[in-house]
Ligand binder design. Sequence first.
Ligand SMILES: Cc1cc2nc3c(=O)[nH]c(=O)nc-3n(C[C@H](O)[C@H](O)[C@H](O)COP(=O)(O)OP(=O)(O)OC[C@H]3O[C@@H](n4cnc5c(N)ncnc54)[C@H](O)[C@@H]3O)c2cc1C
Length: 361
Amino acid sequence: MTYPLHCSCRLTLPQHATYMEKIRSRLESFRATVELQNETEFRLSWTFGWLSISRCDDQITVEGGATDATGLARIKDLLATAFKLYAKIDEPQIIWTGDHAHDQELAPFRLMEVEKVSDLSARIKRVRLHGSDLNRFEEFGNMHVRLLLPCSSVPDPIWPVAGPDGLTDWPDPARKPVSRVYTVRAIDTDASWVDIDVVTHGDSGAGSAWALSAKPGDQVGMFGPLGRPINRNAQHYIIGADETGLPALARLLEILPETATGLACIEVATQADVQPIENRTKINVEWLFRRDAPAGTSLALADRLIAEPWRNDLDCFGWFAAEDVAARRLRTHWRQNLGLTRDQTLAAAYWRRGVTGLMAG
Ligand SMILES: Cc1cc2nc3c(=O)[nH]c(=O)nc-3n(C[C@H](O)[C@H](O)[C@H](O)COP(=O)(O)OP(=O)(O)OC[C@H]3O[C@@H](n4cnc5c(N)ncnc54)[C@H](O)[C@@H]3O)c2cc1C
């Protein structure tokens, strides 16, 4: 593989010892190949590029290379996000040099237009968004995006650009759109569209209100992809979701191996919320109805997964996406009671009752 594009930056990080391992582990978790790892240096590679971090005392040198501009932007994004998350204590000022160093075009951002809106089930709207150059949204193995939505207080947002670190910069913070995370339910890069299935729960949330009033021609920003790739090579899966995790769960049933066995349990309000799912695996799909209980108040879904035996005789993977309390209950069971690791399970809070714009947990 040749990597014609190059980037680098230098940082002074006196407290690197307290967080560098977290940075390395985060970067590696994006399906990286470890090319080199010793006391003072590590180098990781992907199909689209590579990066290395080397250290001399508190001086850190970051180098990266990529096959094309999209890959280079991805390398910068992975690196800068990891430092932003874990190296706060040293306030790193990442300023890239090398190819595309002064580009203001924000690679993960696309301005999209609503093409059509349909009712998928009683509470879910399917919004098809049209845009250009969407390859990156299926290239990196992640399923989610951040929609940047106009709202009543900012009906005409100013869209983001890339700052010197390659991450998002807002030219006019007062005209920043509202941001909500959604799953790309389906994508067709040739026809240049993505489908997003939005749970509607009234006008109180900006995402829900946007979906309820969305019409062809409306503009919306899309940023991503986000999220971590999951283990697609396990033999047995125990997975569960409420309506917010249903788009991701449905996508998983389309991409997991045909031989995969296990349980996929989905919580919805009533029979009217059931939707057809193309299940190409041997995983059994169960629907669970919470009936009159408000969304996010029932623990029946988490308990159903807890009751499902974990198969130690098989390569088994657990995945869950729903309201925060349910996600925490299942995560505690998997991680603390069963002693399973991060590589074996992912139980994520996709929303939290009473909290606006939860990003993930
Ligand atoms: C990785 C990831 C992927 C996601 N994918 C999807 C997806 O594909 N489709 C989808 O619909 N959601 C998805 N979500 C969840 C979505 O981001 C949240 O539900 C978000 O809070 C919705 O924003 P909002 O503006 O409608 O409501 P907010 O402004 O965030 O919240 C307003 C109020 O509504 C409540 N609320 C939020 N969501 C719901 C809900 N679903 N039901 C009932 N009450 C709610 C909040 O608790 C709060 O009280 C995903 C979240 C993550 C982290």
